[in-house]
Design a protein around this ligand. Structure first.
Ligand code: 4AD
Ligand code: MG
Length: 453
């Protein structure tokens, strides 16, 4: 006997005699002479209704099959007598594999996101979190499809690194020195300082200089102590890097990618997205429709600053040339333009060393895509390919030449223009689901003072 999954059974073209299904009981209703069990096996949002008739000798198992229990039901898949589903399983056998008592934490009612975060080990069994996790999986596949279809190679950048790509000092240290003992770095495992990567970009650049077009997709770590709804200490990032791309090519790739991925979600995850539209963000599907086919704006940083200054809005942080965009500024720009906007050509002083210095000497070829709801979704740039300029930028930012020698060295041998960006996968899922907190699109979020699961 094969092991069918509920998603497939519910799409069955005809009755199926003699099948067994395993899953978890979502609810049970006991009527006169009949009990109905709603079983979910995680394959989709939909439950399978299992009908147990009185006189089938299964009363004991039915009583034990409470909300949360793992069960196996065997019987015939037949057209449903009731409303709301095309098929139901009329049980001949029912076995409780793992019982769940009446204090099972996910009883049939709506729970708050805060409560569910405290039981992150159980929350994927709810409709909403199950849908989020299925969407995460589907979108990971979609990302690989997107790049594969454009002949980008998937490369694996290291997770343990000896350098800080963003130069922002938000790196988690990796050490095997005994607890409570700082010790000289030379005695540590690698014989030098080591940390968890904040970005795979530098290594992706090296690979792009060999394979032409590559992308990374992996976990990324930042020890920023910013307890916001869109920062996590561990998140996943997609980082394409392409040789002979300039900033305009880079922005076009970013826009294509977001459009294609949103389109994919709309095509392939309709049922899950409908759930978010109903319970998380009213109007989500319309907003996603705009993202899949509507306009994407581009605007130089200086123009964005002008726009903010002339907005007449009362901002908490007064915008001025040379400042980073605060989330209130990002929100205003997206709202007033009615869609995503890619801000480009930022002042050199607020961007990392690797971004290409423009001819004006003041700005770098940077770009950030800001989107409604989430703010910064993508950060990228054309890279500095000129050896002398790059060395100057490292010095300017007080970064040690020795740490980055291998990176700088590629500028000595066949250097070429190239560009890339990083898209935060978890933020992208916030955009797709309407979920407001990054903790709720990650299976087991890592944030300051939070490492329970
Ligand atoms: O803008 P960031 O810092 O850019 C880089 O790391 C570049 N090296 C990428 C590149 O050019 N290859 O980060 C890129 C994106 C952000 O736009 C955001 O979506 C996400 O990564 N991100 C975070 N997501 C969740 N939690 C955090 N703490 C994040 N920090 C950045
Ligand atoms: Mg950024």
């Amino acid at each position: 006997m094969s092991k069918p999954r509920i998603k497939d059974l519910l799409a069955s073209p005809g009755p199926v005699p003699g099948i067994a299904v395993s899953g978890w009981v979502r609810t049970r209703r006991d009527g006169k002479g009949v009990s109905f069990l709603e079983i979910n096996d995680g394959s989709s949002l939909a439950n399978l209704q299992v009908v147990v008739l009185a006189g089938s000798g299964l009363a004991g198992a039915v009583r034990e099959a409470a909300t949360g229990a793992a069960v196996e039901a065997e019987g015939d898949l037949l057209p449903s007598q009731g409303q709301g589903q095309a098929w139901e399983l009329v049980a001949r056998a029912l076995r409780v594999i793992g019982p769940a008592g009446p204090d099972y934490p996910l009883q049939k009612k709506r729970h708050s996101d805060e409560y569910l975060r405290e039981i992150a080990h159980l929350r994927p069994r709810t409709n909403k979190y199950g849908a989020i996790m299925r969407l995460r999986s589907e979108m990971a596949w979609a990302i690989h499809d997107f790049f594969r279809g454009r002949d980008f190679f998937y490369v694996h950048s290291p997770i343990i690194t000896g350098s800080d790509c963003e130069g922002a000092g938000a790196v988690f240290r990796v050490t095997t020195l005994p607890e409570g003992q700082a010790g000289p770095v030379g005695e540590d495992f690698f014989g030098r300082w080591a940390g968890l990567t904040v970005s795979g970009q530098l290594e992706a650049e090296l690979m792009a200089m060999a394979l032409g077009r590559v992308y990374t997709f992996g976990p990324t770590f930042r020890a920023e102590n910013s307890n916001t709804a869109r920062h996590a200490a561990e998140f996943w990032m997609i980082e394409p890097e392409a040789a002979f791309f300039d900033l305009a090519d880079d922005m076009a790739l970013a826009e294509d990618m977001v459009r294609a991925l949103v389109g994919h979600a709309l095509d392939r995850c309709q049922k899950d997205l409908e759930l978010f539209d109903r319970f998380v963000e009213k109007g989500l599907l319309a907003r996603l429709g705009d993202l899949a086919s509507g306009a994407y704006h581009r605007m130089p940083y200086s123009e964005a600053m002008d726009r903010l200054a002339k907005s007449g809005e009362k901002f908490e942080f007064e915008p001025h040339y040379g400042c980073d965009l605060a989330s209130e500024h990002e929100r205003y720009l997206c709202q007033s333009l009615g869609g995503p906007v890619t801000v480009h050509d930022y002042p050199r002083s607020i961007k990392p060393f690797y971004m290409r210095l423009s001819d004006d000497g003041k700005t770098v070829a940077a770009m950030d895509m800001l989107v409604p709801k989430v703010g910064e979704l993508i950060g990228g740039s054309q890279r500095e390919e000129r050896l002398d300029v790059l060395e100057g930028r490292l010095a300017e930012q007080g970064l040690p030449k020795e740490t980055y020698w291998w990176y700088v060295d590629t500028r000595r041998w066949g250097t070429a223009p190239h560009a890339g960006f990083g898209l935060g996968f978890d933020r992208f899922l916030m955009l797709l689901t309407g979920v407001n907190n990054i903790r709720d699109v990650q299976p087991f979020p890592r944030t300051p003072k939070n490492l329970e699961f």
